[in-house]
Design a protein around this ligand. Structure first.
Ligand SMILES: NC(=O)C1=CN([C@@H]2O[C@H](COP(=O)(O)OP(=O)(O)OC[C@H]3O[C@@H](n4cnc5c(N)ncnc54)[C@H](OP(=O)(O)O)[C@@H]3O)[C@@H](O)[C@H]2O)C=CC1
Ligand SMILES: CC(=O)N[C@@H](CCC(=O)OP(=O)(O)O)C(=O)O
Length: 334
C-alpha cells in the first residue's frame, strides 16, 4: 500500500483527495494536516466522509510527514507549498503540489503571481495526457483547473500545426475559488448570475501558453473566465482559428490519434453534469463551415480532473499503477 499524506486537508481539493483516496485500493491515508482544525475528526470539515476516513487532522511539520509517507499532496494556497516542499523532498517522499508553485518556470511564476519564488527548481507539469514523464518525477506541479480543460481541448490541433490562434472562453463553478467566503462567492452575487472576470489577464493564461507553445511556438492564445451558478465544473468553448481547411473526418482523426489510449479524455458531448465527480474530460467539436474557425468544447470537474483526480492520476503513474486506479467512477449526471 502507498502511504499517502495530505497537507491542507480541510479545503475543497483536500476534501476531494480524501473522498477519492478513501476508495483507492492501493493507497492508505496516513496523515492529513490542518492548522485550524488540528485534533478534530476529518468529518468535522467533510461530513460526507463520515465512516469513510477514520483519522483526525494533525498540525505536524513537513519532515514528520515525509517520514511516514511515500507521497504527499500539498493542497494549499499558492506560496504555501514552496514553504514545505523542500523539506518534504529532503525527507525522501514524492510530492504532488496542487497549487501553482511548481507549474511554471520561476521567472514566469514571479511575473504572473507577483511574488518571489522561495524554492526555484525545475518543474514537471502534471498533465499526464501530455507529459507521461511524470512517472519519473519526485515533484509534480499539478495543473490549474482552467488550463486542464483548455489545453486538452486545443492540444491535438495545435500539435498538428494547423492553429493560428485559440480563443478560450471558460465557465466555472464557484468551488474553484476555494472554501474561504468572499464577495465573489457570496450567494446573492452568484445565484442566477454570470460573472466575467480577469477578461484578458487571468494568471492561468501563462500555463495555457506554456503548454500549447511547446507544440507550436507560433500559436496565439487568449483566455477569458466566467463564474456561473454551479458548485463544480468548467466548460470551455475554444474558438480555434486554423490555417487550412479541414474536414470533420480529418479533425476527428487528429483527436482520435492524439488521445488514443488516454482513458480520461473522451470524445463525448460535453456538459458539466456528465463529468461531475469524475476524472473525465469530455470533448466535442464542430467546424464552422466556410470559415477558418473550429469550435471545440471541453468539460471537466474542476475539483477532479481539474485538481484532485488528476493529482491521483499522477500518483498512480508515478508509482507504476494503472492510471485509472481508484478513479473508476463516472459522472453524476443528471
Ligand atoms: N478549488 C479548485 O477547484 C482548485 C484549486 N486548486 C489549487 O489547490 C490549492 C488548494 O485549493 P482549495 O482546496 O480550493 O483551497 P481551500 O482554500 O479550500 O483550502 C486550503 C487548505 O490549505 C490549508 N492552508 C492554508 N494556508 C496554509 C499554509 N500557509 N500552510 C499549510 N496549510 C495551509 C487550509 O487549512 P488550515 O488553514 O486549517 O491549515 C486548507 O485546508 C490552491 O493552491 C488552489 O489554487 C487547483 C485546482 C482547482
Ligand atoms: C472561480 C475561481 O475563482 N477560480 C479560480 C481558479 C482556481 C484554480 O483552480 O486554479 P489555481 O490552482 O491556479 O488557483 C480563479 O479564477 O482564480
Amino acid at each position: 500500500m502507498l502511504r499517502v499524506g495530505i497537507i491542507g486537508g480541510t479545503g475543497y481539493t483536500g476534501g476531494e483527495l480524501l473522498r477519492l483516496l478513501s476508495l483507492h485500493p492501493k493507497a492508505e491515508i496516513v496523515v492529513v494536516t490542518s492548522r485550524k482544525q488540528a485534533g478534530k475528526p476529518i468529518d468535522t470539515a467533510h461530513p460526507n466522509l463520515k465512516g469513510l476516513v477514520d483519522l483526525c487532522f494533525e498540525d505536524v511539520n513537513p519532515s514528520q510527514i515525509a517520514e511516514k509517507c511515500d507521497v504527499v499532496f500539498t493542497a494549499v494556497p499558492h506560496g504555501a507549498a514552496m514553504a514545505v516542499v523542500p523539506e518534504l523532498l529532503g525527507g525522501g517522499t514524492r510530492v504532488i503540489d496542487l497549487s501553482a508553485d511548481y507549474r511554471l518556470p520561476v521567472e514566469i511564476f514571479e511575473k504572473v503571481y507577483g511574488k518571489k519564488h522561495e524554492d526555484p527548481r525545475e518543474n514537471m507539469y502534471g498533465l499526464p495526457e501530455i507529459h507521461p514523464e511524470v512517472r519519473d518525477a519526485m515533484l509534480v506541479g499539478n495543473p490549474g483547473c482552467f488550463p486542464t480543460g483548455a489545453i486538452l481541448a486545443a492540444a491535438p490541433l495545435v500539435a498538428a500545426g494547423v492553429v493560428e490562434r485559440a480563443v478560450f472562453d471558460s465557465k466555472t463553478g464557484i468551488s474553484g475559488a476555494g472554501q474561504d467566503p468572499s464577495p465573489v462567492t457570496h450567494y446573492p452575487n452568484v445565484a442566477e448570475n454570470v460573472n466575467p472576470y480577469n477578461l484578458t489577464r487571468h494568471r492561468h493564461r501563462a500555463e495555457i501558453e506554456q503548454e500549447l507553445k511547446a507544440f507550436d511556438e507560433s500559436v496565439k492564445t487568449s483566455f477569458t473566465p466566467h463564474i456561473v451558478p454551479s458548485t463544480r465544473g468548467i466548460l470551455t468553448t475554444a474558438h480555434i482559428f486554423v490555417n487550412q481547411e479541414l474536414t470533420s473526418d480529418e479533425v476527428s482523426a487528429i483527436y482520435e490519434e492524439f488521445y488514443n489510449g488516454k482513458y480520461f479524455v473522451r470524445m463525448n458531448k460535453p456538459s458539466l453534469a456528465a463529468v461531475r465527480g469524475s476524472n473525465f474530460c469530455d470533448i466535442a467539436f464542430e467546424i464552422d463551415q466556410g470559415t477558418d474557425r473550429i469550435v471545440v468544447v471541453s468539460a471537466i470537474d474542476n475539483m477532479v480532473k481539474g485538481a484532485s483526480g488528476q493529482a491521483i492520476q499522477n500518483m498512480n503513474i508515478m508509482f507504476g499503477l494503472d492510471e485509472r486506479t481508484g478513479l473508476w467512477t463516472g459522472g453524476l449526471s443528471p
